[in-house]
Write a protein that binds this ligand. Structure first.
Ligand code: TXA
Ligand code: MG
Length: 301
């Protein structure tokens, strides 16, 4: 894939919006770092973010919205959350909030969690893209997995060149540091990631403390999960893949982007089924399959 780099202009935003609405992920500056943005209501588009980054695991992504009204369509705010939003938005503050039922956000965005990280960005390029697409945009930092966050278009090109269709070049980002993340999901505010905005909140657990199963930021089904299943036992709901049909399938054609996009929905579906156990067909351990298998192993642990 050829990666175009266009300076931030109205035409460039129109092109980025066209690509986003077609299900692509494009790089765009925010006031913190460059983000790799995709339509948060389109699961396959969000799966492409993971594919482009080569991320070996799924974690919940931050969703960018144009304003408070758009945020309130997606999540619920208690008084404290409302006060923080009023004070710091638009700006480098992400609030983790209870997700509304009819939010329209794809489950791969929240990695199956009932909460969502939202922010209203201050950068005109990201604001213009939000306006032009009229969609909430999931956007992690626009770098390949394992490399540092990009603060210039050249960093993005070096890291993701050939893997994404477009980078909007808005020069260096102002903050150069990812947004502060505060959870406002009931009870005390909790600081999940320190960042440009300092907020009085209970500390942590920070995102880097990632002992498996320890972090409340990982969704796990309540039923036992068996992996590499080629057929279902009597009490199992089988999630198929490729030639293994199952009760439902991650992707009948064996497509990993489709499988990633359906993973959390199908785990929830299996959890809600009448069967007491969940079985999952083997998924190849390459490309997006690495992240899918990582998540399945956590679900089975
Ligand atoms: O500055 C930023 O925030 C940049 C720019 C591009 O906006 N974005 C960014 O996004 O850093 P991302 O997706 O890489 O941040 C993801 C982190 C997760 O690792 C997790 O710590 C937190 O956001 N997060 C998101 N949703 C969450 C949730 N529902 N519960 C807990 N933590 C969540
Ligand atoms: Mg990052």
């Amino acid at each position: 894939m050829e990666t175009r780099v266009l300076p931030f202009t109205d035409d460039a935003i129109a092109e980025a919006a066209r690509l986003v609405l077609a299900g692509e992920a494009v790089a765009v500056p925010t006031e913190t770092v460059y983000g790799l943005a995709a339509d948060a209501t389109n699961a396959q588009a969000v799966a492409r973010i993971y594919e482009a980054k080569g991320r070996p695991s799924f974690n919940p992504l931050i969703v960018h919205v144009i304003d408070m009204a758009a945020a309130q369509h997606i999540a619920t705010f208690d008084d404290e959350a409302g006060t923080l939003a009023e004070r710091y938005w638009p700006g480098p503050l992400t609030l983790v909030l209870p997700l509304r039922d009819q939010s329209g956000i794809a489950s791969i965005v929240t990695a199956g969690l009932p909460t969502i990280g939202l922010r209203v960005p201050a950068h005109r390029a990201m604001q213009a893209l939000l306006q032009a697409t009229d969609r909430p945009l999931a956007a992690p930092s626009a770098n390949a997995s394992g490399s540092i966050s990009p603060t210039r278009a050249e960093h993005v090109l070096k890291s993701l060149g050939g893997r994404i269709p477009l980078i909007i070049d808005g020069g260096s980002t102002e903050r150069g540091l990812e947004s502060t993340i505060v959870a406002a999901t009931g009870g005390q505010l909790r600081l999940l990631r320190p960042g440009p905005i300092e907020i009085a909140a209970q500390q942590g657990p920070f995102e880097r403390i990632e002992a498996p199963g320890q972090l409340a930021t990982h969704y796990a089904p309540s039923k036992p999960v068996r992996l590499d299943a080629t057929s279902a036992e009597r009490d199992e709901y089988l999630i198929g893949f490729g030639p293994i049909a199952g009760d439902t399938s991650l992707s009948p054609s064996g497509n990993l982007v489709e499988a990633a996009s359906r993973l959390f929905d199908l785990l929830h579906e299996a959890e809600a089924s009448g069967k007491s156990r969940i079985a999952v067909a083997p998924v190849p351990e390459d490309g997006l399959g690495i992240a899918i298998n990582d998540r399945l192993r956590r679900a089975a642990a």
